[in-house]
Design a protein around this ligand. Structure first.
Ligand SMILES: CC(C)(COP(=O)(O)OP(=O)(O)OC[C@H]1O[C@@H](n2cnc3c(N)ncnc32)[C@H](O)[C@@H]1OP(=O)(O)O)[C@@H](O)C(=O)NCCC(=O)NCCS
Length: 192
């Protein structure tokens, strides 16, 4: 397999990122709020930074990671990104994500994260998924909780952002947690 497969949820298509996605990513990452809690992007964002990040991402193998563009099925627009970094020896992965501000609060990242969790446990047969976010990032906390991640602890001053060390919450989802969450999601998002 040269890249991770295209995934679909009720409102989104999750397809592998492409070089031509640069403009859309620059556009929605130019909003300060989108980069507020991101580790690898500061504000203001510059096109060269996005291009170099995209080149790195596209040169990684699927054994290392997967990056999906989140495409709104209704408009066909790229509205976010979700990434999965893999540790095959330990059968675990780590999820990260961001979304264009105009689309926040509609349950879209919960939907996308759940779809990637399904792919990780059902297709890749992972044992564990991880997700971290800065303590102040309440939206990301809610996404973690809604998808069924368990809070496992905190890295004190674990991330350097905007000239300060920030506390970071760490979440995990085991295959057994996923099985528990599955019933709940089947009712909300019937796309399996
Ligand atoms: C985090 C992010 C991806 C969430 O995307 P989204 O599509 O808005 O997420 P959802 O709509 O699925 O869920 C968001 C939840 O957070 C809640 N929320 C948002 N801001 C909140 C706040 N300040 N305090 C408490 N809850 C908040 C929403 O009400 C919603 O919960 P609900 O469904 O119970 O009402 C988006 O805010 C984002 O891109 N942020 C910038 C990038 C980022 O922080 N990425 C994560 C780095 S770890």
């Amino acid at each position: 397999m040269s890249q991770h497969q295209v995934l679909e949820s009720t409102r989104l298509q999750l397809r592998p990122l492409e070089t031509s996605d640069e403009d859309s990513i620059v556009e929605f990452m130019s909003e300060r709020k989108v980069t507020e809690f991101l580790l690898h992007f500061g504000y203001p964002i510059c096109r060269e930074q996005v291009r170099s990040w995209l080149n790195n991402v596209l040169s990684a193998t699927p054994e290392q990671c997967g990056y999906w563009a989140l495409v709104d099925k209704e408009s066909g627009r790229l509205i976010g990104v979700i990434c999965l970094t893999l540790d095959s020896y330990n059968r675990k992965g780590e999820i990260g994500y961001w979304m264009a501000k105009n689309y926040w609060g509609r349950g879209l990242m919960t939907e996308a994260t759940w779809r990637v969790a399904q792919y990780c446990f059902d297709t890749l047969k992972l044992h564990r998924l991880e997700l971290t976010h800065m303590v102040a990032n309440k939206a990301s906390q809610r996404v973690s909780e809604k998808v069924g991640f368990q809070l496992e602890g905190c890295w004190r001053e674990g991330h350097w952002k905007d000239g300060q060390f920030k506390d970071v919450k760490i979440y995990g989802m085991l295959a057994v947690d996923y099985e528990r969450a599955r019933k709940r999601f089947a009712a909300v998002d019937p796309v399996e």
